[in-house]
Design a protein around this ligand. Sequence first.
Ligand SMILES: *[C@@H]1O[C@H](CO)[C@@H](O)[C@H](O)[C@H]1NC(C)=O
Ligand SMILES: *[C@@H]1O[C@H](CO)[C@@H](O)[C@H](O)[C@H]1NC(C)=O
Ligand SMILES: *[C@@H]1O[C@H](CO)[C@@H](O)[C@H](O)[C@H]1NC(C)=O
Ligand SMILES: *[C@@H]1O[C@H](CO)[C@@H](O)[C@H](O)[C@H]1NC(C)=O
Length: 367
Amino acid sequence: MSTDALIMFIAGDILPLSIVDSPTFRHFVEKLDPKYQVPCRKHLSTKLLVEKASEVQNNMKEKMSLAKSVNLTIDLWSNRQMRAFMGITGHFIQDWTAHSVMLSCKRFKGKHTAESIRYEYGETLAVFEIADKIFTIVTDNASNMVKAFKTSLPGFEDTTDDGDSGNDKPEDVDCEDKNEDELEHLPNHSRCYAHTLQLVIKDGLKDCTSHMCTVIAKASKIVSFVRRSIHASEMLESENKLQAANVTRWNSQLTMIRSILKIVEEKLNEVESPVQFSSYERKILHELSLILDPFEYVTLLVQNNVNASLTIPVTLGLKHKVNQLSNLYNNKIVTTLKSSIETRLTQFEEDNDFILAAILDPRFKLR
Ligand SMILES: *[C@@H]1O[C@H](CO)[C@@H](O)[C@H](O)[C@H]1NC(C)=O
Ligand SMILES: *[C@@H]1O[C@H](CO)[C@@H](O)[C@H](O)[C@H]1NC(C)=O
Ligand SMILES: *[C@@H]1O[C@H](CO)[C@@H](O)[C@H](O)[C@H]1NC(C)=O
Ligand SMILES: *[C@@H]1O[C@H](CO)[C@@H](O)[C@H](O)[C@H]1NC(C)=O
């Protein structure tokens, strides 16, 4: 029992295995229970963790064997050491409760071709014996993902995978009289809504006028100046912390802008930063943060939630917000966001599954 709890502690908090060799940790455990023998690191890694992993895996397998369907989200990404990983998460319903389980998260070596994605996918389905339960796969719109889950036989793939000629709904692929076995169970492939939403925001930010870009760049310079200067940091110590922006996440730019706006203008001007804001520039930053506010709100909403029922309400809500914003601000970003929502998100409104999901969600129904 204690060992089980120890394993859950290490795995749950992703602690280094060497913790079991730490004298202070051993001392702590001894104080709690002098009779308990902390396992050694080798035993932990070669036996205990392996056994636990297979126990958890069997547990998941059993649960999913009772589910009528399991749908998947699949993504490829790289960490800061530029190592690529592929993650597969399974979603299913049991006892009227939605469950999401991570089926696999593996280092992905070699070229990220559609074939290797399909291979990993096949392996995972085999391990969990769920191949006949997958109806829908959700991924981003990257061409290798699109190709990996396209309903067509090898050799018949449409090679224009990243062009704009793509209407890649399975119905449009003519494969009626090809080998039935090969096509036996190809799930439908949907594009990730949360990801598409990020593309909309990127469109908007790309289109910021040069003036707006200058102000954002200036904000970033002030933040990094303050963070590097002991004197300036001390002056602002009692103020809100300045948050540096992060290249991969647009919302970190927003956090940075907000943190600057929170500091009183006079106080910020006292800092002898090589760049200073005019009141007009502060106004522009304020405007930008108001425009991006609703986008941040829905991003957090959809990225932490697999409910398909949110898709249409969020799209309609954004359209409404952006219309309001375009009455308030005569701003290129707003215009671009508006048209990008039209072109990228409208297609989700026409999807039957999303319509049904919204109607069945007591929060939305037919409103
Ligand atoms: C999986 O997707 C199908 C539609 O393709 C849907 O009918 C089914 O309810 C989904 N299952 C889960 C657990 O989400
Ligand atoms: C894919 O979607 C179509 C149309 O919504 C549906 O008729 C078909 O049964 C689906 N296929 C699977 C494997 O769920
Ligand atoms: C995915 O890409 C294709 C081809 O570029 C495009 O037609 C389609 O609208 C995109 N889907 C989404 C959800 O962005
Ligand atoms: C981006 O944000 C994460 C989490 O806040 C942080 O760990 C990382 O260092 C940041 N990356 C850069 C390039 O600043």
